[in-house]
Design a binder for this molecule. Structure first.
Ligand SMILES: COC(=O)C[C@@H](NC(=O)[C@@H](NC(=O)[C@@H](/N=C1/NCC(=O)N2CC[C@@H](C)[C@H]2C(=O)N[C@@H](CCSC)C(=O)N[C@H]1C(C)(C)C)C(C)(C)C)[C@@H](C)c1ccccc1)c1nccs1
Length: 276
């Protein structure tokens, strides 16, 4: 995804979110509907190339966002500044910047929850795909999250995350991504999960295609089935014992998403072929 001057065929962009935070990322032209990619908490926009997800989507126009506090985007020091509604504003500012009428938003882990929330708020999102995060209400234990925030923001924060994800069988690209996130931003983003991330997501438009993806062995499969029913979402399973280990299946998921785009009705495709 990056070579030579840092981007091979990719352009950097910067937009101001609703609260003035500068959101950056990279985009590449293509044909068909524009795919907007939203990473998880301890990640940045590099994960899409590193994970092999993009290998299956050589022709699609892609916009890969760095959420606030991650990648090249501006840092925000407060937990309130990392509320779910702020992330939704970040992504919608990016949708405004590229000016398409229709978008597909694909999110990874907490980024998937953000993708579902954006779909609920913005009818330009014709398809939202959430990798390993459902849209149901969750009980977020403030004490456990505060403890995790302390662990990730401290001097040993990167080691804590790397050791924990490695122990859970996460692939190298996901373990490495943790080391690229500023510790203070990891802490703020973790505490930010207490600002509205517990709420369930709602369908934004009857014609939206909502897709939930999780591991075939996910212990919490019932909640994903609940999402299928409540949201009228489709459920894709990847052959993995857990959500964390499912990260190793992203290349395969990229190919499957490509199939979804090819299957798009011609009218949709025609509507989607923007300048790229
Ligand atoms: C079962 O959990 C897993 O399957 C791992 C999986 N998590 C999740 O799917 C979701 N989360 C959780 O289920 C839980 N939430 C946590 N804390 C919030 C949280 O997620 N993080 C804070 C730090 C940040 C790195 C991120 C995280 O990754 N921490 C992991 C631990 C791995 S390293 C330390 C992590 O789950 N911890 C838990 C503790 C309670 C143990 C602290 C609750 C409380 C929401 C149920 C996550 C997508 C989400 C969903 C909805 C709202 C908020 C967040 C992964 N996500 C990314 C990669 S794998």
């Amino acid at each position: 995804m990056r070579s030579g001057n840092g981007h091979s065929g990719w352009d950097a962009f910067a937009v101001s979110s609703a609260d003035g935070t500068v959101i950056r990322g990279i985009s590449r032209p293509g044909s068909g509907e524009t795919l907007v990619l939203v990473h998880g908490v301890a990640m940045d926009s590099r994960v899409w190339g590193d994970s092999g997800f993009l290998d299956g989507l050589p022709d699609a126009p892609v916009v890969a966002v760095d959420l606030r506090g991650r990648g090249a985007s501006s840092h925000v020091g407060t937990a309130a500044g990392h509320a779910l509604d702020r992330y939704v504003e970040d992504v919608r500012a990016v949708l405004d910047r590229f000016g398409r009428e229709r978008y597909i938003v694909f999110g990874l882990y907490f980024g998937g929850r953000i993708a579902l929330q954006v779909a609920g708020a913005d009818t330009r999102v014709v398809r939202a795909i959430s990798f390993c995060a459902h849209g149901e209400e969750v009980e977020i234990p403030a004490d456990a999250v505060e403890e995790e925030a302390r662990a990730v923001e401290g001097p040993g924060g990167h080691t804590y995350l790397r050791d924990h994800f490695t122990a859970k069988g996460a692939p190298a690209w996901m373990v490495e991504a943790c080391g690229r996130v500023d510790g203070g931003q990891l802490g703020a983003a973790t505490r930010g999960l207490l600002h509205g991330s517990h709420r369930r997501t709602e369908r934004g438009h009857p014609d939206q295609d909502l897709v939930l993806i999780t591991a075939a062995g996910d212990a919490d499969m019932a909640t994903f089935h609940a999402g299928e029913k409540r949201l009228g979402a489709r459920l894709w399973l990847v052959d993995s014992p857990t959500r964390v280990q499912a990260a190793a299946r992203l290349a395969e998921v990229g190919h499957r998403v490509a199939g979804l785009l090819e299957a798009a009705p011609d009218s949709a495709r025609a509507a989607g072929t923007g300048a790229g």
